[in-house]
Ligand binder design. Structure first.
Ligand code: MN
Length: 183
């Protein structure tokens, strides 16, 4: 792959310079869960080595590259958590309603492995969700505090508020109230 890039000047050749289809970590799962706990937040999860690496995003993801959203790195969740939609009972950790707000696959945009990116504190990915699409970066600031930032691509939108315009479940179409009622 490296040699492919070395040999070419992409300001001159029409050959593909986009590498997100060519890397090893292909079509891994991502999910964003909307979580009405003591306060509403969004849990951003990436499949890394068979588990879901997780960040709690208090303000939720944005499509605006200028909106850098705090993402607090939290404990790893099991892979199966990706399909969890329901209610965590009162008195339990994270008590409240959980919605699968978005789901899909992602590709690692870096040459290094996604685990290496996690360790290095900078993850660059291409999301193929139902709501979130295109490039996103997660960058470590200090300790567990990371930032989630939309990349500047055709899916970026500084006007949109996707949290308001698409509030319901990507899994079942339900809103938080319905999920709670039907639990
Ligand atoms: Mn949560």
């Amino acid at each position: 792959m490296k040699n492919y890039y070395k040999k070419r000047d992409f300001s001159k050749t029409p050959e593909p310079s986009d590498n997100h289809q060519e890397l090893d970590d292909k079509d891994l799962v991502f999910v964003v869960q909307k979580h009405q706990a003591s306060s509403l937040h969004y849990d951003f999860r990436l499949q890394i080595e068979g588990a879901l690496e997780s960040w709690a995003v208090p303000k939720g993801p944005s499509l605006d590259p200028q909106q850098k959203r705090l993402a607090v790195h939290v404990e790893k969740h099991p892979y199966q958590y990706k399909d969890f939609e329901g209610v965590i009972p009162e008195g339990e950790y994270g008590a409240g309603t959980v919605m699968v707000w978005d789901k899909g696959s992602y590709e690692n945009l870096k040459q290094e492995s996604i685990s290496q990116s996690l360790e290095n504190g900078e993850i660059k990915i291409f999301l193929k969700g139902e709501k979130l699409k295109g490039e996103f970066t997660l960058v470590k600031m200090k300790e567990d505090n990371w930032l989630l930032i939309k990349g500047r691509d055709e899916n970026a939108d500084s006007e949109a508020n996707i949290l308001n315009s698409e509030p319901n479940s990507a899994l079942t179409g339900r809103n938080l109230k319905q999920i709670k009622r039907e639990a």
